[in-house]
Ligand binder design. Structure first.
Ligand code: 5GP
Length: 218
């Protein structure tokens, strides 16, 4: 991996990661609706499009060869394998919005978030938690887009994903969607103003995680 790219640092980089099924896609869509200074980074992936997904909008759908080529030429800020497919955020996906002073949201899985931590240490990492592991599994089944084997594979990754939460700056529990949306927007607003310390008590990762683990339904 190359050195940290410091250029294009006018805007902020916000990473939102969570175990799959926690609802981060819906949450990210809502925060983008609410805050017009935010732009989503469109990732590359080798997985096939799901129904309704458009190339260049939801993802840049790439062949294995195309993806590897971009990785080898250091075209990615981060990339990772997840559920048998490759996913990555290209530098290009974040540079244009950052140069124009907009803030970028990366909706990615945890291995990628760890790479962002290294290569863009100024990024703000927000971890989204499900209300409980039981509810997470119900949500994965409920969306009906994945086969049972895929659901089982994703649940098997959850422990590793939760362990990686210790790398993050802030955490929010997605119990009620609109509450979680407001809380993530509060975190974003505080970070923009350089006042992260003011939200530490409510959303500091350590405190949120220990309260979450202490929940009786978790
Ligand atoms: P899905 O296949 O359900 O769209 O995404 C699977 C997982 O890959 C999700 O956790 C999603 O957030 C993550 N993901 C999507 N884009 C990227 C990316 O660019 N980099 C990384 N590391 N993960 C991504």
């Amino acid at each position: 991996m190359s050195a940290i790219r410091k250029a294009a640092s006018r805007g902020h980089v916000f990473v939102i990661a969570a175990p799959s099924g926690t609802g981060k896609t819906t949450l990210c869509r809502r925060i983008l609706e609410e805050d017009e200074k935010l732009e989503i980074s469109v990732s590359h992936t080798t997985r096939s499009p799901r129904e309704g997904e458009k190339d260049g909008v939801h993802y840049h759908f790439a062949s294995g060869k195309g993806f590897r080529g971009l990785a080898e030429s250091d075209g990615f800020l981060e990339h990772a394998e997840y559920g048998g497919n490759a996913y990555g955020t290209s530098w290009r996906a974040i540079e244009a919005p950052l140069e124009s002073g907009r803030d970028v949201v990366l909706e990615i899985e945890v291995q990628g978030a760890a790479q962002v931590r290294e290569r863009r240490p100024d990024a703000c990492l927000i971890f989204l938690l499900p209300p409980s592991l039981e509810i997470l599994e119900e949500r994965l089944r409920g969306r009906g887009t994945d086969e049972e084997a895929v659901i089982q594979r994703r649940m098997a990754l959850v422990d590793r994903e939760l362990a990686a939460a210790t790398l993050f700056d802030y955490a929010v529990v997605n119990d009620d969607l609109e509450t979680a949306v407001r809380q993530v927007l509060d975190v974003i607003a505080a970070v923009r103003k350089g006042r992260g310390d003011e939200i530490e008590a409510s959303f500091g990762r350590e405190g949120v995680l220990s309260r979450w683990e202490g929940r009786t339904d978790a």
